[in-house]
Design a protein around this ligand. Structure first.
Ligand code: ARG
Length: 462
């Protein structure tokens, strides 16, 4: 039989060992220990401040809790399964250290408002860290973009060659996605940073507590207005997992592109040895494991979001043990997103080498300048739809003749339409095709240079 539980006075027999294991969350909520200690210290200070306990008792509680923090950091405090959860573990140890005063810590509090407080404190710190990772990722993208304003890369729609692009422009698209991720997390933070402490088990407390006081000590922006909502709300967890999933959507898209680019079919990038792995049987292989893993890990983060949504669906007020299931998903999503952002940042920074020569060949060997021929005619008075049809026929006959547009003679051009002149060759050169798209937000070099300046300012914002 397991040891007696904190709540065991009400019970005749001890918990079945298997049920104790099933019930316990200490194996994973130990991750919250420092937040639990910080939250408890604020609660103890508030109890003293409001006269619910004496100032000396408050001091003792705070000091004892600080000792537990030290013991934990030094590896001397490792609570086992009999502690049930991190909250009981800390309270029990506190009483061992400071004696019966430790038993006063839980006055005017429940594990329900306590665990909500801990999870929010944890997530608050993690959100700021993830935002920092996003910034690092953006800075690396910017560095590569700055060096590659005039490097051309084929642009695709439907994964068919569409129009050539500045490589910088392509990478800056990911920078913008990361910017939204950064902003989205900032928005989620607002809903994370609300204190449920003092909501009690569900209905508040009979003690004259000061919820604003603890909220201030813990740097919460505000407090929950309704105690039932405060202890059972996990919207903030769902929102966080949604923001985390969105980051993974973006990282998985970049991953997929890198995987394609590194293939023999594209050959747009070379994978450096520091970020690629070999095959156990095929000696020629160099595998893009990093982006593949990121693409794969996207699935588990989505899974955590789905799990959290389903945990909350139909859950009656207020706290239910189901809510204990929120933590592992949150922790795993946090760790996965951080690891993926870090790895993708390193991959982009030093694991990839773009092949400008190969890219230049790629943009010169297709019909991705066809729109520009139509634009050329349209700019000379031919209605665009008519110009489009003319160029469609030219592309068709050129393909049949095994030629590219640049291979047509001026005479052939003029047979197609008298408006064509010598400058058509310049107009359809890949460089000019890119440079000419100088509309706001377009791939034209001037636009891209402006976009880089704007992005530099953006990523300096903390
Ligand atoms: N370990 C629990 C959790 O993670 C703490 C709250 C327990 N509350 C209770 N009424 N059993 O949710």
């Amino acid at each position: 039989m397991t040891k007696k539980q904190t709540w065991s006075q009400r019970f005749e027999t001890a918990l079945h060992p298997a049920i104790a294991r099933f019930n316990a969350s200490i194996s994973f909520d130990i991750e919250l220990i420092e937040y639990d200690i910080t939250g408890s210290q604020a609660h103890a200070q508030m109890l003293a401040h409001t006269g619910i306990i004496s100032p000396e008792e408050g001091e003792q509680l705070v000091t004892g809790l600080e000792q537990i923090r030290q013991e934990y950091r030094e590896g001397k405090f490792q609570p086992g399964i009999d502690a049930e959860d991190v909250h009981f573990a800390v309270e029990k140890r506190l009483t061992e250290i400071i004696g019966d005063v430790g038993k006063k810590l839980h006055t005017a509090r429940s594990r329900n408002d306590q665990v909500g407080t801990d999870t929010r404190l944890y997530l608050r710190g993690q959100i700021q860290q993830i935002r920092q990772y996003l910034r690092e990722f953006q800075k690396v993208l910017l560095d590569i973009a700055e060096k590659n304003v005039e490097t051309l890369i084929p642009g695709y729609t439907h994964l068919q060659r569409a129009q050539p692009l500045s490589l910088a422009h392509h990478l800056l698209a990911y920078l913008q996605m990361a910017q939204r991720d950064w902003e989205r997390l900032g928005d989620v933070y607002k809903r994370v940073n609300i204190s449920p402490l003092g909501c009690g088990a569900l209905a508040g407390t009979t003690f004259p507590i000061d919820r604003h006081y603890t909220a201030k000590l813990l740097h919460f922006d505000s407090i929950y207005a309704n105690s039932l909502d405060g202890v059972s709300d996990r919207d903030f967890a769902i929102e966080f997992l949604c923001a985390a999933s969105m980051i993974m959507v973006h990282l998985s898209r970049l991953s997929e592109e890198v995987i394609l680019w590194a293939s023999e079919e594209f050959r747009f990038v070379t994978l450096k040895d520091s970020c690629a792995t070999g095959s156990s049987i095929m000696p020629q292989k160099k595998n893009p494991d990093v982006p593949e893993l990121v693409r794969g890990k996207t699935g588990r983060v989505f899974g955590h979001l789905q799990a959290m949504l389903v945990i909350m669906k139909g859950l009656p007020l207020a706290y239910n043990k189901d809510l204990q299931e929120d933590k592992e998903g949150i922790f795993d999503a946090v760790n996965t997103v951080k690891a993926c952002l870090e790895s993708m940042t390193i991959l982009m920074q030093e694991g990839l080498e773009f092949r400008p020569q190969r890219l230049a060949e790629a943009v010169a060997e297709d019909f991705s300048n066809a729109t520009d021929v139509a634009d050329y005619l349209a700019a000379r008075g031919v209605p665009f739809r008519e110009a489009y049809n003319i160029v469609g026929k030219v592309v068709k006959t050129s393909i049949a003749a095994g030629k590219l547009l640049k291979d047509l003679t001026l005479q052939e051009w003029q047979q197609i339409h008298p408006a064509f002149a010598e400058d058509i060759y310049e107009a359809i050169s890949p460089r000019q095709v890119v440079a000419a798209r100088n509309s706001y937000g377009g791939t034209g070099f001037e636009q891209v240079k402006q976009a880089i300046i704007a992005a530099r300012i953006q990523v300096l914002q903390q």
